[in-house]
Structures are given as C-alpha cells and as structure tokens.
Write a protein that binds this ligand. Structure first.
Ligand code: PLP
Length: 389
C-alpha cells in the first residue's frame, strides 16, 4: 500500500487531469444543471446536478482523502450536513450531543426534539459518569465536537467513539474547528465526519457550504440517497470555489495557528484578562489530551476580561479586528458567543455549558500577529484608562 499523501500535496494535486476538453490544470466549472444521455436506457454518470455534480465530486474526493473517508456528500451549508446526518435516524431516536456544541447544531437538534422527531440528551462530554449514563439509554447517534466552541475543551474522541459504537450508536464528529490538517476523527473511530466548509476549508469568507463524509461505503450510499431526496447538495459554483480555497488550507492553518499561539500567550500575561482558553497553553485543563489527539492547537481562542463591564468598550475600540461571527477565514474576527453565535441556546443551557455572558471568542486570521497584538493592546489600554477615569 502507498503511504498516505500529505495535506499540502492532496490539495495541490486535486485533479489537473479533470479538463477533458482543453487540458487546463484547473478543473472547469460545470455549471450545467442537467447532462445529455446517449440513449434513454443508459443512465450516464452525471444526469442531474442536484443528484450528482462533477464539481462536487472533485471537492468531495479531496476532502475524503484529507479525512481518510470512503466517500461522502458536499452539502449547501454546515447545517445541511448536520441535518443530513440526523436524517439517517428513525423517528424518536435518541441523539446524545455535547451541551456546549455549536449553537446552530444545538438549535437544530433541540428543534427536532420539540417537534417529537427525535429525542435529545445534551451532556458534558468530559464527564465520564454523565456520558456513560447517556449511553445506557442506547442512543442511535452520538455527536462529538472537539475542540468545543467557544470554550475549546477537548473530548477524547477515541475513548468516546469506541464506547458509543459498542453501545450501537453511530458516531459523528464535527471537525470544522480543527480541520483535517489537525485532527482525523475517522482514524480515531468515528463513523462520520462533518464540516462547515464555510469556515477554514474555503477560508475566504465568501460562500456557504458543508460536507458529511463516511468511513464506510455502506453509509456513503445512504448519505447520497438522503441528500438527493432532500435536496441538500451544494451548488457546482460553491464546490468549484471551495476547492480553490482548499488549495491553501494547510498553509493557512500553519500561519493561523502560529499567530493564535502567540496571541494566546500574550493575552495570558495581561493584567486585564481573567482567563484564556487555548489548547496550546500548558495551563489549559486538556493540554495533554490536545497534544496527543491533535497535531496542533488550532486558531481559535476564547477569553474573559476581569472587568465584565469593560467588554463593550473593549470591542468598540478594536480597529483591525472585526466584531462578527464565523471563523476560520482570512480576517481576524471577535465575537461574544452568548449574544451572537450561541443565541439559539437558552440562557440556562448557556450557563450549564459554561458560556459566560461576557466570554469573548477570537478566530485568528492571516494578518501579521504583531499588528493583531497591537490592536488588542490599544483596546485593552482603553479598558484601564476607563476603569481609572
Ligand atoms: C459554522 C459552523 C457550523 C454550521 O455551518 P454553516 O456553514 O454556517 O451552516 C457547524 N459547526 C461548526 C463548528 C461551525 O463553526
């Protein structure tokens, strides 16, 4: 068997042979929604673009090689990839999910529960007793998301996945934050890996997309069936553009992470800062697990200021860093999860998940780290003069 190719090679080598008409090294955009048949009885590989699209296939091929998947589906958003995973379940099935999962995932699962379509149990994935108690209820699906968002706690994927599979559950991991450049959930025993390609995989903050990939071929067929039945597939244009963004993913992740590590260490030293959550800091409670499970700590940081009343002023003084939700793009973004990304989660659920009302989350971008630190620094200085004034 050939050694697996490295991510930089996978994304650079994504199909210079795919242009049969003119041999361009960039795969063409096949915008056509329908394709000609040679005769009425022989279905061509590509017939109708909701069902199959050459551009989605090229993107999917690269994503599958990055994640070590047998196959999968490219969807029109991260949320539709999550919905696709849930469509695999029979009515009334139990889903065990992290209490601090992505706000949209929480909203989707809780909304389906409210309608009686499935049952949900949100647990602290780091709590062995709570997780084992949830498994004893024989869930049909266990949802993992690590590092968690916005607290960046680390779940032991291999441990949770093997227990969940032994209990008969399908195991899904949302791998949006770490990307396959830093974490490979299928290698750690998950059945499915989910992505919002809106984030780092595209990396340019200019489209929506998602993907759901499976380790086994049998699941791939079911994903294709449901995505076609429900119309969850992404557009050819978005797939083409996402593959373009993906070309630089490994380079961008290296750079984002190097800057994030510097910024996290710098914030950790600041007198105005109460707490910094970053898996690359030795003070992080899951530092050792993160070092074992991930090939790097990633580009996301969250932190709290000592003076909760200073948050609004701090945010308003930032000039280079934009106040916006989303993550993994070229630009550094800061957000207040309680009122922005996680507002779909009721305040009681936020409190239980440890999402403090004044917690701030930073997705570090491609700007020079010194410039980012200077921006944070001047905004923090303002907090101090405000406190003394
Ligand atoms: C953004 C995001 C999603 C949802 O993806 P969309 O593309 O916005 O639908 C799911 N999970 C995580 C971790 C995300 O960051």
């Amino acid at each position: 068997m050939q050694a697996p190719r490295k991510p930089t090679t996978i994304v650079a080598a994504a199909r210079p042979d795919a242009d049969p008409a003119y041999a361009g090294i960039v795969p063409p955009l096949w915008a056509s929604d329908t394709f000609r048949w040679d005769d009425a009885d022989t279905k061509p590989t590509y017939d109708y673009a909701r069902t199959v699209s050459p551009n989605r296939d090229l993107l999917c091929e690269a994503l599958c090689e990055l994640e070590g998947a047998a196959g999968g589906v490219v969807t029109n958003s991260g949320q539709s990839a999550a919905l696709l995973a849930l469509l695999l379940l029979p009515a009334g099935a139990l889903v065990v999910a992290p209490q601090d999962c992505y706000g949209g995932t929480y909203r989707l699962i809780a909304g389906l529960e409210e309608q009686g379509k499935l049952r949900a149990h949100f647990v602290d994935m780091l709590d062995d007793a709570a997780f084992d108690a949830a498994l004893a209820e024989t869930p049909a699906m266990v949802w993992l998301e690590t590092p968690s968002n916005p607290l960046l706690r680390i779940t032991d994927i291999a441990k949770r996945a093997s227990a969940a599979r032994a209990a008969g559950a399908l195991v899904v991991a949302d791998n949006t934050l770490p990307t396959p450049c830093r974490q490979k959930p299928l290698d750690l025993g998950c059945d499915l890996v989910m992505h919002s390609t809106t984030k780092a995989l595209n990396g340019h903050a200019d489209l929506f997309g998602g993907a759901l990939l499976a380790r086994e071929e049998e699941l791939v067929e079911r994903l294709r069936w449901w995505s076609n039945a429900a119309g969850l597939n992404g557009s050819a244009q978005d797939a083409w553009q996402t593959l373009r963004g993906l070309r630089t993913l490994p380079l961008r992740i290296d750079r984002l992470e190097a800057s994030a590590a510097r910024i996290a260490a710098w914030l950790d030293e600041r007198a105005e800062v109460l707490q910094v959550n970053y898996p690359g800091l030795p003070s992080h409670p899951d530092y050792a697990l993160a070092a074992r499970q991930q090939s790097g700590p990633g580009f996301m940081i969250s932190f709290r200021l000592k003076d909760a009343d200073a948050v609004a002023g701090f945010l308003s003084r930032l000039r280079l860093i934009s106040l916006a939700s989303s993550l993994g793009g070229f630009a550094t973004l800061i957000c207040k999860p309680a009122t922005m990304t996680h507002r779909g989660m009721p305040p009681e659920a936020q409190a239980k998940a440890g999402i403090h009302p004044d917690l701030l989350r930073v997705s570090v971008g491609l700007e020079d780290a010194d410039d980012l630190i200077a921006d944070l620094s001047q905004a923090l200085e303002g907090c101090r003069s405000q406190a003394s004034g």
